[in-house]
Design a binder for this molecule. Structure first.
Ligand SMILES: Nc1ncnc2c1ncn2[C@@H]1O[C@H](COP(=O)(O)OP(=O)(O)OP(=O)(O)O)[C@@H](O)[C@H]1O
Length: 235
């Protein structure tokens, strides 16, 4: 297999400005170069306001850069229209946020199925099997019919992780996924990311302010004032 086929994501000179009305253009990311490979398990750290969430939203194709190129699974995204970006995002990327954004009116199982229903419509038997298998993998097989408000914070975040993985994404992005959880539950949720990374090979990039969690990642990316100031392997 060639080097190139291991690459999930490549950023070349990625820039992002926010326009707060002329002439108030503020550049928040100043030209980021970065490659993420299959199997990477990386933490994105940096002071508040350094641009971590902005960068994660660009990586997840939730927002568009104002300069540079972002190539996802070998496909340059700068010339893509919204439909192309949405399709690529849906098939290649899973998201976990600090607040899980589960749909309260849906069962845990239906929440996990949601990304597949958006992509394919009514779930088939294979989709149902996959969602049930993921709920079991995050330890919630018994809670398939429970509504989110019947689950603890840690259980709800585990449903969100199962939902993020149901499309079998090449890249899992997580913004402070354990920021809302107590230390023990945070450790358990973090272990799930690690397990899926090892067992399924999906690259994981997570934003965390917790130095204990970032230290257990394989790689640490540090953003300061919109620039990537360090990219180091932890072991
Ligand atoms: N929609 C927006 N419009 C204008 N400026 C924004 C917008 N979103 C973010 N910014 C600015 O961009 C900068 C980076 O914000 P960002 O949320 O990416 O930082 P962060 O590193 O994730 O911070 P934190 O750790 O506090 O979440 C900040 O100065 C912020 O005020």
């Amino acid at each position: 297999m060639s080097e190139a086929t291991h690459e999930v994501l490549r950023l070349e000179g990625l820039r992002k400005s926010y326009y707060l009305g002329r002439p108030n253009e503020t550049e928040v990311l100043h030209g980021i170069d970065l490659a993420i490979e299959r199997g990477d398990f990386a933490a994105l750290v940096g002071p508040s306001g350094s641009g971590k969430s902005t960068l994660l939203n660009l990586l997840g194709l939730l927002d568009t850069p104002t300069g540079g190129e972002l190539t996802l699974l070998g496909r340059p995204t700068s010339g893509m229209d919204d439909a192309g970006r949405t399709a690529l995002r849906g098939s290649a990327i899973g998201f976990v946020f600090q607040f899980h954004h589960l749909i309260q009116a849906f069962s845990a199982l239906d929440n996990v199925l949601m990304p597949l229903m958006l992509a394919r419509g009514r779930p088939d038997a294979e989709a149902l099997d996959r969602a049930r298998e993921l709920l079991a993998a995050v330890g919630l097989a018994r809670f398939a019919d429970a509504r989110p408000n019947q689950l603890s914070g840690g259980q709800q975040q585990r449903v969100a992780i199962a939902r993020a993985l149901v499309t079998q994404p090449a890249l899992l992005l997580a913004d402070e996924p354990t920021g809302n959880l107590d230390t023990r539950t945070a450790g358990e949720v973090f272990e799930l990311f690690r397990r899926f990374n090892r067992e399924r090979g999906c690259a994981v990039l997570l934003v965390t302010h917790d130095p204990r969690l970032s230290a257990t990642c394989d790689r640490t990316l540090e953003l300061v004032d919109g620039q990537l100031v360090s990219d180091a392997m932890n072991r």
